[in-house]
Design a binder for this molecule. Structure first.
Ligand SMILES: N[C@@H](CCC(=O)N[C@@H](CS)C(=O)NCC(=O)O)C(=O)O
Length: 172
């Protein structure tokens, strides 16, 4: 973990990540700067394949959720996170926040409808690795998952108390 000043990029990130984004994971000579690819690597190299179901159809379901998380849920949240994180209350673009919140809620509707349980896609998988940090980030910036999405609410309330989650959570 490399601490950086908000609004700046650490030189190592500029050097290692073609897009200048985080996370960046380094294992010997291997550099991975895409979170979905990193999850695949962790699954193959460190988790003995346990982060994906055994069947091809199960793998597809988990990978589709990861894709949705990266390409729909992450972008939906961006507006409200950046406004609330980087600006004072007076400077915040309230319309942008409202649009972002609406897009986030639409994603929650989709996720609620497809929720399998007890984890996002049945057994614990890469899908949980991508969603749990997003749920934490959303809550941190006032986009909570509540009883309007009962399955997701229960999932989040249970998962956030688990040892696995608490051990990996970056406390302020
Ligand atoms: N597709 C990339 C997106 C990564 C991404 O957007 N990272 C954000 C933080 S969550 C970031 O680095 N933002 C800073 C920037 O874009 O300058 C991935 O999943 O790794």
């Amino acid at each position: 973990m490399i601490p950086v000043e908000r609004g700046t990029k650490h030189p190592d990130i500029i050097k290692l990540s073609k897009t200048g984004t985080i996370p960046v994971f380094v294992d010997g000579d291997l550099v991975i700067a895409q979170s979905s690819v990193l999850l695949e690597y962790i699954n193959d190299a460190l988790a003995d394949g346990k982060l994906l179901p055994a069947t091809p159809a199960g793998k597809v379901a988990v990978r589709c959720l990861c894709y949705y998380s990266d390409n729909s849920v992450g972008p939906a949240l961006r507006g409200l996170v950046f406004e609330r994180r980087d600006k004072s209350e007076d400077e915040q673009d309230k319309d942008l926040i409202a649009k972002s919140d609406q897009a986030w809620r639409a994603c929650l509707d989709v996720l609620e409808a497809g929720f399998v349980g007890p984890f996002m896609c049945g057994e614990f998988s890469m899908a949980d690795c991508t969603f749990l940090p997003r749920l934490a980030l959303a809550e941190r910036y006032g986009a909570c998952v509540d009883e309007r999405h009962p399955s997701l609410h229960k999932y989040w309330q249970t998962a956030r108390q688990s040892e696995l989650y608490l051990n990996s959570f970056a406390h302020d």
